[in-house]
Design a protein. Structure first.
Ligand SMILES: Nc1nc2c(ncn2[C@@H]2O[C@H](COP(=O)(O)OP(=O)(O)OP(=O)(O)O)[C@@H](O)[C@H]2O)c(=O)[nH]1
Ligand code: SF4
Ligand SMILES: [Mg+2]
Lengths: 381, 633
């Protein structure tokens, strides 16, 4: 499986906690952007092998829905023309609730899109204000319902742990999302990146830094509630109803190749245990001038450590046999050594006769602690 | 004795490093060593004073005045050659130089020894004295007589030296020459009417100092025909020549190819070379009574050429040692571990090299369950400890963790046996011994009257027993306290200085061992003893110490996935407790394709920051926590 990610670098306004790559403005230059994508693909076809087609496509941002139904249709057509047959397994577009209309969803359906990811973030008016979102609660609920009605699979994002969020209301929020038709939820704690406006707002007393303890309680609560509702917590920040999984995102955690185009988009290829990661230039103007920025190559133990960390994001764990074939440079003994400490303290567990290694029940809340050891811990003798 | 001077340039760098930036002494003249000075024209003296009163600066002026230091050698405190000495502005290692001085138609050979003022290095002073006939007692014109001034005078009097009082820093606006003269008469008991007034800064009075040296200090009187008797005043290890010693010959003479015996070690060696530093090493046919020079034998280790030892001709079986030889004993002990366990061999090499030239540094392997393998080091005092730590870090690029300093306890068991223990972790549980004795010191503290009350309170808190109190002048007092050495090791000196706004000065002698109700206080983390944090304290202080230690540890230990219980215990009895709340989560938000590299680097960086954590059971303890114990008082 291989996936294509397209980064749409436009937002109507900047959310105070966000450090993604985007340009602020209401009227994005779709033609210019498409020309840039075309140029990037040409350039990359000259110097590296790009697949002819991708099983999954993900259009993210930024705010792709700012392109409008017509703009998105052009983009989708362009993708299908460039990489015929793409998106057969899954084709996702990120949509902001304020842009959702039945016509938009119908058009997306018609252009091959099978799934939308809705940036709901919260279902409380004051939460929307706090997070600087412009849509309303009603818009969010309608967006989900309309998308589902149009035959799209719907994922919604929820941010936990902003000031004033109540644990008691969380179950109702989740109910509202699932009853509206969302079958996939991305749930994550608000993290404030350095150099985002949030940091300045905190200094002026207009925001607070999230409280770890309260976030932990909310995350745990969401987890328990969703599991009781038949959702599977299949990745640290992802829950799926039934068999709904974010197939494109799963590529990131299962050592699959993906190609990212557009400003700041990243690509990765796995070959004989060596991982090559390419990062595009950040910023629309800079990317238009010179799209390709840096290449990073990880080999040997480093690649294996990274693979292990990413694999463990999925809560049903890593298939050890597949891990050892992908990263043939290491062996089972190495794997046992690198993970011994975390296994000892109960954060990781071997199961199915030691053919699977996974994050122990309830320990996903300390995934970074696990990651630290897996990525950079000393290897015990 | 601290002797880590490079044998080639006489500069203070370790054998592992290059020669320092201090320029060699410029000698465009023919070597002075070849001029054989008659005994009556030799003057050997040392410069003694309280710390910072200007000994090294005065030495600079004397060297300049006799032409030994040229214009271009003008680095302040020329004889402080070690980087550490220059940075801290203090003398650690006594240094000898020979100068030529023409006066009244005669040429004199002046052997000057600059000594350290800090109490840790008192032994450097005492053995310097034994190689001299006189001493310049430098007193700061603004500070007056202080504790080490007295301590050093007493040593000089014991050694029968002619003492010349020199009042220095008269250029200072705060100089009070009359008061200082009074203090010298009243406190020191020397006639101050003829005290020389000078400024080592401006050069005023320097010719007077030189004249006084020639006029007042007696020439050596040794009998050249008598059997050899020479004193080792310094020795160091040279990568090319092995151990080089500086000797002062008192009787007889010494030549190459003679067989000599070192009395303290009772070992016999063949003399390979003798000569003088003037200032370059120059071979001489012999060193005769009254002279100072270097000696090279086939001695393998500095420890075999002990400072203060006497050298005689091997065949002279009845030779008696010169008085005053004393092995230097480390007083303060601490464990030294590397942050990175892989650096252990580097630490071992570093200690081997450091101790080649510093016979007062002792070390033996130690292992700690918290810190892994390391060494237990013995030091002369806290300054010595600080200096060794700094040298390990700087010269050998080691990242080390030092445990809290301890003293040597004597533990008596019920079966009548006893044992010396210098590591709190090894102290038996209460009930496991009969009684413990701890080392005492006799400290003399000089302090202006107004601070006396506060100082006495401090000493009482430190379990001191006052034995004497006298007024040295109408406003300056000297109190004498017997204090447990262990109490002085923890921040006492800093407190003394801050309570007295810098006016108190301290000097001490090591006294006897005395029985005390001492207990081992352990720190437990989630029920596991952290051996490197055990300490020995008097029972009556144990509760407070325990509580303070718990509080400090709570500040140092970061939140972990589990709640961490911190307890202080005596044996099985918990005397204080607190806990570090559990970290409720540690998880990044999302992690998609574009974030992978950035997040990986972020996590790696976090981990690198924590790599120095030491694991005790499941609890990770940062290095800083091992110093927490030093921050309580
Ligand atoms: N104003 C003034 N300052 C002086 C004089 N002599 C020395 N100093 C200063 O006093 C400080 C201490 O001088 P040192 O020569 O290092 O003193 P020391 O006695 O050798 O010190 P230790 O070796 O550490 O005991 C330095 O800052 C000198 O510059 C003087 O005559 N006048
Ligand atoms: S969170 Fe999304 S919509 Fe808000 S600024 Fe970031 S990319 Fe744009
Ligand atoms: Mg000095």
């Amino acid at each position: 499986m291989e996936g294509l990610y397209v980064h749409v670098p436009f937002c109507a306004r900047a959310c105070p906690y966000c450090n993604f790559d985007f340009e602020v403005g209401r009227n994005p230059d779709v033609s210019g952007f498409l020309a840039g994508l075309k140029r990037e693909v040409q350039l990359r076809r000259e110097c590296e092998l790009l697949p002819q087609s991708f099983q999954t496509v993900y259009i993210g941002g930024g705010t792709p829905s700012l392109l409008g139904a017509a703009g998105l249709a052009r983009l989708c057509d362009w993708i299908s023309a460039m990489f015929p047959g793409s998106g057969a397994v899954e084709w996702t577009v990120e949509i902001n609730p304020e842009h959702a209309t039945p016509a938009l969803f119908a058009s997306l359906r018609a252009h091959g899109v099978s799934r939308v990811s809705l940036g709901v973030q919260t279902l409380h008016p004051h939460g929307l204000v706090e997070l600087g979102r412009v849509h309303s609660v009603l818009q969010a609920r309608n967006a989900i319902a309309e998308a589902a009605k149009a035959g799209l699979r719907v994922s919604a994002d929820l941010i936990l742990g902003y000031r004033g969020q109540l644990q008691a209301a969380l179950g109702d929020d989740i109910d509202a999302l699932t009853q509206s038709g969302a079958t996939h939820l991305s749930i994550y704690a608000l993290t404030v990146e350095p150099e985002t406006p949030w940091v300045k707002l905190v200094r002026r007393g207009m925001r607070e830094m999230p409280d770890e303890e309260c976030q932990a309680a909310l995350l745990r609560h969401a987890h328990d509630y969703l599991e009781s509702q038949g959702f599977t917590h299949y990745e640290v920040a992802s829950y799926g109803a039934g068999d709904h999984r974010a197939r494109h995102n799963q590529l990131y955690w299962t050592w699959c190749n993906y190609t990212g185009i557009g400003p700041s988009a990243h690509s990765a290829t796995y070959e004989n245990g060596v991982v090559t990661r390419r990062g595009n230039t950040r910023g629309l103007a800079a990317w238009l001038r010179e799209p390709l920025a840096q290449v990073e190559r990880l080999a040997g133990e480093d690649a294996a450590r990274e693979g292990l960390w990413l694999g463990l994001r999925q809560l049903d764990g890593i298939d050890v046999a597949r891990f050892l074939t992908t990263f043939a440079q290491v062996d089972r003994a190495w794997l046992e050594r690198v993970t011994r400490r975390q296994v000892d303290i109960g954060n990781l567990a071997w199961c199915v006769e030691r053919s699977v290694l996974k994050v122990a029940k309830g320990r996903w809340l300390w995934h970074d602690t696990i990651a630290e050891d897996v990525l950079a811990g000393e290897v015990a003798g | 004795m601290l002797s880590w001077v490079c044998g080639r340039c006489r500069a203070g760098h370790s054998p592992s490093r290059g020669h320092t930036r201090v320029p060699p002494i410029d000698m465009n003249k023919p070597s002075q060593a070849s001029v054989r000075t008659p005994q009556q024209n030799i003057r050997s003296f040392c410069i003694i004073a309280h710390i910072d009163h200007g000994k090294s600066t005065l030495a600079d002026r004397l060297m300049e005045a006799t032409g030994l230091l040229g214009e271009r050698d003008k680095t302040a405190q020329y004889l402080d050659r070690m980087d550490i000495e220059r940075e801290r502005g203090i003398t650690i290692k006594a240094q000898a130089v020979r100068m030529r001085y023409d006066y009244d138609g005669e040429t004199y050979e002046l052997n000057l020894i600059d000594t350290p003022g800090h109490v840790d290095f008192g032994y450097e002073v005492s053995r310097s004295l034994s190689a001299c006939e006189g001493a310049l007692l430098v007193v700061d014109a603004a500070q007056g007589v202080e504790a080490q001034t007295l301590a050093n005078v007493y040593m000089a009097l014991d050694a029968d030296l002619e003492i010349i009082p020199v009042i220095n820093k008269i250029d200072l606006p705060g100089a009070e020459i009359d008061r200082v003269k009074e203090e010298i008469e009243e406190m020191v008991g020397l006639d101050a009417s003829s005290a020389i007034l000078c400024s080592a800064k401006t050069g005023v009075g320097i010719p007077d100092v030189l004249e006084a040296i020639v006029a007042l200090i007696p020439a050596p009187k040794g009998n050249v025909e008598a059997p050899l008797k020479a004193l080792i005043t310094d020795s160091w290890w040279d990568a090319y020549k092995g151990v080089i010693s500086i000797i002062r010959v008192f009787e007889g003479s010494i030549r190459a190819r003679e067989k000599v015996r070192f009395l303290a070690t009772d070992k016999t060696y063949e003399v390979l070379d003798v000569g003088a530093y003037a200032p370059e090493a120059t071979s001489l046919p012999e060193i005769a009574a009254g002279h100072v020079g270097y000696l090279i034998c086939n001695v393998k280790e500095v420890a075999d050429s002990k400072v203060g030892d006497t050298i005689a001709i091997a065949s002279d079986e009845t030779a008696e040692a010169l008085p005053g030889f004393q092995e230097v004993q480390p007083m303060v002990f601490a464990g030294v571990f590397t942050s990175d366990n892989g650096d252990y061999p580097v630490l071992r090499d570093a200690l081997t090299k450091l101790s080649l030239n510093d016979a007062s540094l002792t070390w033996e392997p130690e292992s700690s369950s918290a810190l892994g393998f390391g060494f237990r080091l013995g030091f002369l005092g806290l300054l010595h400890m600080e200096i060794i730590q700094e040298r390990l870090e700087r010269e050998y690029n080691l990242d080390i963790i030092t445990t809290a300093p301890s003293v040597k306890y004597r533990v008596f068991y019920k079966d009548g046996t006893d044992e010396i223990i210098d590591n709190p972790a090894k102290m038996p549980d209460p009930g496991g011994f009969d009684y413990i004795e701890e080392p005492m010191i006799l400290s003399r503290i000089q302090v202006p009257e107004e601070f006396l009350g506060a100082i006495m309170k401090l000493c009482q808190e430190r379990r001191g027993i006052q034995t004497d109190l006298k007024y040295m002048t109408s406003t300056r007092t000297q109190v004498t306290y017997e204090l447990p050495l262990a109490e002085v090791v923890f921040g006492f000196y800093d407190q003394l200085k801050s309570i007295s706004r810098g006016y108190a000065s301290l000097d001490y002698d090591v006294a006897e061992y005395r029985r005390a109700d001492l207990v081992r206080l352990d720190l437990l983390v989630n029920g596991e003893r952290v051996d490197a944090l055990s300490l020995i304290t008097h029972r009556q202080n144990a509760f407070n110490r325990g509580r303070d230690l718990c509080v400090k540890m709570k500040e140092e230990i970061p939140q972990q996935q589990f709640e961490v219980a911190i307890q202080a215990a005596i044996g099985s009895k918990i005397v204080a407790r607190t806990n570090v709340k559990a970290l409720r989560k540690n998880v990044l938000a999302k992690c998609y394709g574009g974030d992978i590299s950035r997040k990986r680097k972020l996590i790696e960086k976090q981990k690198r920051g924590k790599r120095r954590l030491k694991a005790v059971g499941n609890v990770e303890i940062p290095q800083g926590a091992f110093h927490a114990i030093l921050k309580i008082d």
